[in-house]
Design a protein around this ligand. Structure first.
Ligand SMILES: NC(=O)c1ccc[n+]([C@@H]2O[C@H](COP(=O)([O-])OP(=O)(O)OC[C@H]3O[C@@H](n4cnc5c(N)ncnc54)[C@H](O)[C@@H]3O)[C@@H](O)[C@H]2O)c1
Length: 436
């Protein structure tokens, strides 16, 4: 393919050399004359391992040229890869000025060109709303709807500076957020020979994948560092702790606990988190991220309540009170807290939990239950259909079995708020997923 690459910074320079290596012909475009001159001479505009050699080699093969003339570059290529900077605004938002300017330039050039179809891929990181705006700008400036003469792709970039060339040829994944079928076909020809799991996604989902990745990486670093801080205070080898932590691929370094869903609770997580924070306080240390997770968990419960509580005081049916299914442990179950607050605000509440009866609760479990909800016995029922029939809003926190759900008679006027993502429930009238 013939590809123009807008922005010859870290991402653009690596893309030039590596796409040329894959057999494409590339034209680098930048407003900075100095960068264009360097690339045009086969020299590397940035410091990056392996890059100067690869650029020189590809330049010698005649696969790389450079210009400040955007129109010329568009006329001579079929695909544009936009890699311009997206710095922060004063409030931390995405300054998309360069991105918007380049898209307008590209759209106008396409309008005045002979291109039957032109594909624009954005590697620059920006919020979904920015991509929406870029699509509008491209459509308006080219005079064409997406998929007609022009197509747009949010194509986030996952390479690490310092290892960018190696990462380009062995990426963690390839993500295309496409707007139309023609564009999708072009994407499939971009990386011949590169083996990586490739995802074709909705454009806005693709944009958020990049932010989720980077936020998670930030959280990982912070977590390791907070464990480091508290370990140092207790004279414990933090590296040894995290070494073993990372070996656990079942619960720690795994998809476990990473799906959007209800707040955490139970007899261990809140208690052990509290113990860590108490230990930190004793040594006058702050662990803002771990502290934050306590606050964040409370915010989850508040947000859930805000979706249920109203002056009409709808009757609420709770399906599952224990902190997770298959147990009768209700200690620090977030749903107990929800019930407490709903009762406090005057909502009639009924609870179905197959494993719970006040008579069978003993020890700490019993005292927690009765302290939080003294009249629990009056709320509990073993009749699933009965609880649902008497509710205006049904909060489902346990999955139950597909058979149990298939026999339920729903009313059209009731809401079903699913906290655990149950496939068989999704056809119920009034169905709402927590985050889906
Ligand atoms: N650096 C990374 O490792 C990395 C990784 C993933 C994603 N990203 C994202 O990729 C984007 C680019 O990052 P970068 O680090 O390469 O930026 P950079 O600042 O190094 O390079 C941006 C280049 O764009 C050029 N530019 C600005 N306006 C232009 C225009 N109108 N026409 C042509 N060129 C123009 C600038 O002169 C500059 O050379 C950003 O959105 C960034 O968030 C960067």
């Amino acid at each position: 393919m013939k590809i123009s690459i807008f922005g010859l910074g870290y991402v653009g320079a690596v893309s030039c050399a590596c796409l040329a290596k894959l057999g494409h012909t590339v034209i680098g475009v930048d407003v900075a004359q100095a960068k264009v001159d360097l690339l045009a001479a086969g020299k590397c505009p940035i410091i990056e391992d392996e890059l100067p050699e690869l650029l020189a080699e590809m330049h010698a093969l005649g696969r790389i040229s450079a210009t400040t003339d955007a129109v010329k570059a568009i006329n001579e290529t079929d695909v544009a890869l936009v890699c311009v900077g997206t710095p922060s605004t004063k409030s931390g938002g995405v300054n998309a000025t360069y991105l918007e300017g380049v898209c307008k330039q590209i759209g106008e050039a396409v309008r005045n060109s002979d291109h039957e179809f032109f594909t624009v891929l954005s590697r620059s990181t920006s919020m979904p709303v920015v991509h929406d705006r870029l699509v509008d700008i491209l459509a308006e400036s080219s005079g064409s709807a997406m998929g007609d003469r022009i197509g747009y792709v949010c194509h986030p970039e996952f390479l690490r500076e310092g290892a960018a060339v190696a990462d380009f040829f062995g990426p963690p994944k390839i993500v295309f957020g496409v707007t139309d079928e023609k564009t999708r076909k072009v994407c499939s020809q971009l990386y011949p020979g590169i083996e990586a799991e490739t995802f074709y996604l909705d454009m806005r989902v693709a944009a958020m994948v990049k932010y989720a990745d980077n936020c998670f990486h930030a959280v990982k670093v912070t977590f390791g560092n907070e464990i480091g801080m508290i370990c140092r205070e207790m004279d414990i080898d933090a590296t040894a702790v995290m070494e073993v932590f990372c070996q656990d691929r079942k619960l720690n370094i795994s998809p476990r606990y990473l799906r959007p869903g209800q707040a955490f609770g139970g007899s261990c997580l809140p208690k052990d988190l509290r113990a860590m924070l108490d230990m930190a306080r004793q040594t006058a240390m702050t662990l803002p991220m771990l502290e934050g997770s306590v606050r964040s968990n409370k915010a989850q419960i508040d947000a859930l309540l805000a979706r249920v509580v109203s002056p009409e005081r709808p009757r609420v049916g709770i399906i599952g009170l224990a902190f997770k299914e298959g147990t009768d442990d209700i200690r620090e179950s977030p749903i107990v807290n929800v019930v407490e607050q709903l009762c406090g605000k005057g909502h009639p509440v009924k609870i179905y939990d197959a494993h719970l009866s006040v008579q069978s609760l003993v020890g700490a479990n019993r005292s927690f239950a009765l302290q939080s909800i003294p009249h629990l016995a009056e709320l509990l029922s073993q009749d699933l259909q009965g609880v649902i029939a008497e509710s205006d809003v049904v909060l489902v926190s346990h999955r139950l079995s597909p058979e149990q759900w298939s026999n339920i008679k729903w009313r059209d006027d009731q809401r079903v708020l699913d906290l655990v993502k149950i496939d068989t429930l999704q056809g119920a009238p009034g169905y709402e997923g927590l985050y889906w």
